[in-house]
Design a protein around this ligand. Sequence first.
Ligand SMILES: Cc1cc2nc3c(=O)[nH]c(=O)nc-3n(C[C@H](O)[C@H](O)[C@H](O)COP(=O)(O)OP(=O)(O)OC[C@H]3O[C@@H](n4cnc5c(N)ncnc54)[C@H](O)[C@@H]3O)c2cc1C
Length: 483
Amino acid sequence: MNCAKACSTLASALPNQVTLPNTTAYAAHNLYWSARQSEVHPACFVAPNTAEDVATAIQILTRQQAPFTVKAGGHTAFAGGSNIQDGVTMDLVNLNAIAVSADRRTVSVGAGNRWINVSEALDPLGLAVVGGRSATVGVSGLTLGGGISYFSGMYGWACDNVRSYQVVLASGEVVNASPGENSDLYWALRGGGGSNFGVVTRFDLVSFEQGDLWASSLIYPGAANRTLIPLMHELLVKGLPSDPAAHTYFVVTYAPRLGGYVALSDQYHATHTDVASPPAVFSAFHDAAIPTLVNNTRLANTSRLLRDIEQPVGDRQTWWDTTVAATATPDLLLDIVPLFEQYVTRLLAAAAADKSSVSPYLIYQAVSSNILQAMQINGGNALGLKPEDGPIMIVQLTATWTSLALDDVVERSSKELIEKVDALAAARGARSKNGYIYMNYAGKTQGVYAGYGAQNQARLRSVARRYDPKGNLKRLWKGYFKL
Ligand SMILES: Cc1cc2nc3c(=O)[nH]c(=O)nc-3n(C[C@H](O)[C@H](O)[C@H](O)COP(=O)(O)OP(=O)(O)OC[C@H]3O[C@@H](n4cnc5c(N)ncnc54)[C@H](O)[C@@H]3O)c2cc1C
């Protein structure tokens, strides 16, 4: 791969937008959330200022058949997710405009923004969008792959709340995709990811009136799992559909500074305003019979909540996930925990032998029937999730560690744990339909698109062929998930 020529052509066509290795600007572009991505070094970064500059860059890259990738918030965990060794990485950081429409119902967001930029613009106006829950995650990657939000119970995922996308196609043409214009591309971009279709340069997002949220972060001793997981199961099948303003996820982790295993329940409510008592949907978690180690209950705006679960930059990271169908009893969700504990034991032993550290997390994220219902607006999204096939629980696995020597054991063990969860779910008749895997939490080698169902996968391929007939993006845009 020789991208030196592409870099110099880009530098002539787009002055001051290309940075080469061994410069301060290059180091700033090469900063990613996961250290595994920062260890990849492109021949150059190009950081376009406008959609037309993106078009110029795409035309040069395709003409020269130069391998490239695109970085927005840079939060993909695995190496090469949004960076490319010796290729060209397009960093969208300069596409940072945010504009609220006169009627306050739409926010136009440049594709290089992070969610904190959006919330800091909207909080003072008493507005919000269906967006991410962590400050520096990118608007682009999260929205293109789906987008789980505090507000998903009412409105669906982020991808269900995009009025229109501005997209630079493989040809360099700049088009809009909305229900009335290029509607097949609009459908594909709603959860189908970006890298097969074009570079999105602007998202026009639905905005709505929103004040402070009620939020509660509860940490319990690990043994409380046996009580809490049945409550989480109850929320998935009953509680959340009965109160769409509620949102929650549940975490099991090993935290030596808190004495070993702990369980975390993070709860949000978009309309409850009484900080002294929880909304009814979450009251069982606040029952004094289940003692907490930490109780952080507050009323706060979106920006503060985004900062509260911000994860530091610079460690090694892996993310994996699968989904299971809701069962009549919580047993499946309970029985996944001992599998996770075996995984933890294995990783802790590897870290001890290496004199380094590792932090593993098992996370349950509910996709309840009200969310599935909300996903059907505007002709539905590309994910292949239907209300009649739900509810489902996303079983997410993440690990954070410090030493390169652990990469192999963490990746292998994570893959094996997800396979064990799938096998257990299959044995209980609880595989989700199509075996849906949430793209934004998936490991590098997971077959994300197969989980959208054969029909949607075929439709996505045909949309990709229509908008990129020469297959340039398929061939040149490296990394992430390919159709
Ligand atoms: C700390 C943390 C918190 C998170 N919280 C949430 C959450 O609350 N809800 C949720 O659903 N997910 C969450 N995620 C997952 C997140 O949605 C994904 O990691 C997502 O891909 C991040 O987007 P990004 O723009 O930061 O990533 P990047 O790595 O920059 O991009 C991801 C992919 O999208 C492609 N891409 C980027 N921009 C464009 C574009 N404009 N056009 C076309 N393709 C593009 C890239 O090439 C890459 O393949 C979280 C992740 C982390 C690490």
